[in-house]
Design a protein around this ligand. Structure first.
Ligand SMILES: *[C@@H]1O[C@H](CO)[C@@H](O)[C@H](O)[C@H]1NC(C)=O
Ligand SMILES: *[C@@H]1O[C@H](CO)[C@@H](O)[C@H](O)[C@H]1NC(C)=O
Ligand SMILES: *[C@@H]1O[C@H](CO)[C@@H](O)[C@H](O)[C@H]1NC(C)=O
Ligand SMILES: *[C@@H]1O[C@H](CO)[C@@H](O)[C@H](O)[C@H]1NC(C)=O
Ligand SMILES: *[C@@H]1O[C@H](CO)[C@@H](O)[C@H](O)[C@H]1NC(C)=O
Ligand SMILES: *[C@@H]1O[C@H](CO)[C@@H](O)[C@H](O)[C@H]1NC(C)=O
Ligand SMILES: *[C@@H]1O[C@H](CO)[C@@H](O)[C@H](O)[C@H]1NC(C)=O
Length: 434
């Protein structure tokens, strides 16, 4: 066979990667404007596995023309593993972008991967009862255990090949979109997530491999319940939570194979990788809920709001040079824990669809004025001249800051955790209701 012919074959294969996975029977809902496709993920030993996903269609209701695609957005679902909902929400957000007919499903490709678990048998993938333990999954569908996909653990099914991390699947999707033989006009790739999808995006940005992509990759992290902490200190008391530093909240007891080499370099190596990324923080300012199932997130704040402000205080976002990156942004949106509203907001539209759309390095400044906490404005909007609303956020451990009773407590954190240790949590809650 001539080299030319081989090359052609190879190109054909690569371009097809999202359409040559095995069709996995499922009952995922139909979502207008998209189709369910089967991404061929190649395991480390060269086996073909399948990641089911939703893929956007173009404005004619057809598979898009890859040569017209300028941007790819990979949107990661939350705890409910409902990629269809996320696809519907993000298609709606895209359709609402004002005054930009060039920014549409003809130029933006959207992929919503599905990370199923054991609760999705005979819904997300076929399952046969009565076979040997673990053998009931009879296709090559990738399935993870519990919520471990969020942290990059390896798959549990198919049982004959259990070495593929959810982050390997994301890496292969990014590389597919970055392949200029398929997408010659690609300018920008965005990995985006809300809630547990945002937790996934946070961990993937922190420990994900360096892919040396031609197109820059930005990470949109909206309203995660917890953050990966890069060292073993916490803003709040850890004494009643011995597992506070275990992965996925910290870097201890890391048992995944994906990322294990990076982890050998310790927290400073992971922090350096995180700092090398373009992070778009997105915060719904009415999102003050808490979905923790372990005590670990509580050691960084009593709800999603406090955890966000503590995280950016400890590991500050920065944008030394917006045109050459890495450049972080912090956006405030006046909504609650609502993926659709976050995506459709002007801030969501800027990060998901507009920043650097045509490869011209354009990037919107931080959304939300006044700013809320010192250090939360890596890429300031020069017209926002109001003073920072809460120079220090003022709510820690469920307490609202009322001034500290002890001169020895030098910081708000120390104050709040001293108050908690001294048993004042109930009094704090009363103050909060004032
Ligand atoms: C998928 O569903 C079709 C129609 O119900 C059935 O014929 C086929 O055997 C199924 N395939 C698998 C792998 O379960
Ligand atoms: C994987 O799939 C590709 C494309 O369908 C095929 O050419 C190749 O032989 C498969 N590899 C294995 C190990 O089955
Ligand atoms: C949609 O995709 C089809 C097939 O790739 C292509 O023929 C058609 O021109 C596309 N429509 C638009 C509006 O780009
Ligand atoms: C904008 O996109 C171009 C083309 O992909 C890329 O070279 C450049 O680094 C990007 N700039 C920024 C600031 O993202
Ligand atoms: C470490 O992780 C393993 C596997 O996730 C878990 O079974 C074990 O309980 C963890 N150990 C500690 C001390 O958290
Ligand atoms: C962890 O990082 C924070 C914020 O940079 C710092 O104040 C603290 O001393 C660090 N703790 C350790 C154990 O390095
Ligand atoms: C900066 O803020 C002003 C006033 O809120 C707004 O009109 C403008 O669009 C913002 N600029 C950017 C680049 O976001």
């Amino acid at each position: 066979m001539s080299l030319f012919f081989r090359l052609l074959l190879l190109t054909g294969l690569v371009s097809a990667q999202n359409y040559v996975g095995t069709q996995i029977n499922n009952s995922l809902p139909f979502v207008p404007g998209s189709e369910i496709t089967y991404f061929n993920v190649i395991s480390s030993s060269g086996l073909n596995l399948t990641l089911t996903n939703y893929m956007s269609l173009n404005s004619s209701g057809k598979r898009f023309d890859p040569t017209k695609i300028q941007r790819a957005v990979i949107i990661i679902h939350g705890l409910q593993r409902d990629p269809g909902t996320y696809m519907a929400n993000i298609l709606s957000a895209l359709s609402q972008v004002p005054n930009r007919p060039d920014v549409s499903v003809d130029s933006v490709a959207i992929m919503a991967p599905y990370f199923p678990n054991g609760d999705d048998k005979n819904y997300g993938y076929p399952w046969t009862d009565g076979l040997a333990p673990g053998k009931g999954s009879t296709t090559n569908a990738l399935v993870w255990q519990g919520s471990q996909w969020a942290g990059g653990a390896n798959n549990q099914y198919p049982s004959y090949s259990v070495h593929t991390s959810s982050y390997d699947a994301l890496d292969q999707a990014v590389k597919w979109f970055d392949n200029t033989a398929v997408f010659p006009n690609m300018h920008q790739i965005v990995i985006a997530g809300h809630s547990l999808g945002a937790q996934t995006t946070n961990r993937y940005a922190a420990i994900g491999s360096v892919l040396n992509t031609k197109s820059p990759v930005n990470y949109w992290i909206a309203n995660p319940n917890s953050w990966l902490w890069f060292n073993s200190s916490r803003p709040l008391d850890t004494s009643s939570c011995p597992t506070y530093d275990d992965y996925r909240e910290g870097l201890s007891n890391f048992t995944n194979t994906y990322g294990a080499t990076l982890l050998k370099g310790g927290g400073s190596a992971v922090l350096a990788r995180w700092n090398s990324r373009n992070i778009n923080f997105a915060r719904g300012t009415q999102d003050t809920g808490d979905d923790s199932t372990t005590c670990a997130p509580e050691t960084t704040g009593s709800n999603r709001n406090e955890r966000f402000f503590n995280f950016i205080r400890w590991f500050p976002p920065s944008c030394p040079n917006p045109t050459s990156g890495p450049c972080d942004t912090v956006d405030y949106v006046n909504v609650g824990h609502d993926a659709g509203a976050m995506m459709a907001s002007p801030a969501g539209q800027a990060r998901l669809f507009l920043d650097n759309f045509s490869g011209d390095k354009s990037k919107a400044t931080d959304f939300g004025c006044p700013r809320l906490q010192t250090g939360d404005d890596p890429y300031p909007n020069s017209t926002c001249t109001q003073p920072v609303a809460h120079p220090d956020q003022g709510t820690y451990s469920g307490l609202t800051y009322q001034g500290c009773y002890s001169n020895s407590a030098a910081t708000l954190d120390l104050c709040a955790s001293s108050c908690v240790k001294a048993g004042y949590s109930i009094a704090g809650a009363e103050y909060g209701n004032e």
